[in-house]
Write a protein that binds this ligand. Sequence first.
Ligand code: HPA
Length: 271
Amino acid sequence: MFQIIHETVEYLKRKTEDFQPEIGIVLGTGLGGLVSEIEVKHQLMYSNIPNFPISTLEFHSGKLIFGILNGKRVVAMQGRLHYYEGYSMQQITFPIRVMKALGIAHLFVSNAAGSLNKDFKKGDLMVINDHINLQPESPLRGRNDSDMGPRFPDMSQPYQRSLVKQALEIAKENEITCHQGVYIAVTGPNLETKAEYNYLRIIGGDAVGMSTVPEVIVANHMGIPVFAISVLTDEGFTEVLQPVSLEEIIETARIAEPKMTKILSQLISTL
Ligand code: HPA
């Protein structure tokens, strides 16, 4: 693995004239708009980067963007990789390993998620303060490379508490409805049945989605502090469950996106 990461990192350093990002960003479904706030220095298609998995989703554009956001050097993934696309957990999290090797000291992650909490409405934001992993596998399964991180990484604080607190303060100052809560990761790609939403709520979830947790586990493995935020695109707690389509999820994410962008970019400037 080390050799493969090294090859990709060498390529990226060459292509970006040794641009050294301080912060890594992973943008979720319908949430690529933060990129318009970035003063782009270099951008590369995943398909041109050696060893990079290629996003199979047409609504995920699949670009790695290097630039300046609010005075900070960032590398952003516009288009993430999901387990349901058929990749291994190691492939999904490979870009996080690469970002770490490029020098990031923080990871910011966004996603679209379904709300399980009746007080958290469609279009609201939720800062993730903990998670439950219901995906079938950990990205750390297999031989551990102790140069990257420990065999049994601690997960007592997977999301940095000070960033959660600061993000909620920024939201309040800007009159943005932003909750905090527990994110449950499922495999997808099907959405949940009414009984499944109910179960996810009972076991302690506030939101459910198909991503984020693999990246967060790998970041924790390597000791990178994480901040993650969900845009709640549908409601899984209603008496009569409404059908939800991908188009609606993307549309709700698009409408809520400027609020998330505001929080992320202000939070980044405080680092
Ligand atoms: N369930 C799972 N993933 C999702 C949802 C949902 O309701 N909404 C957006 N991503």
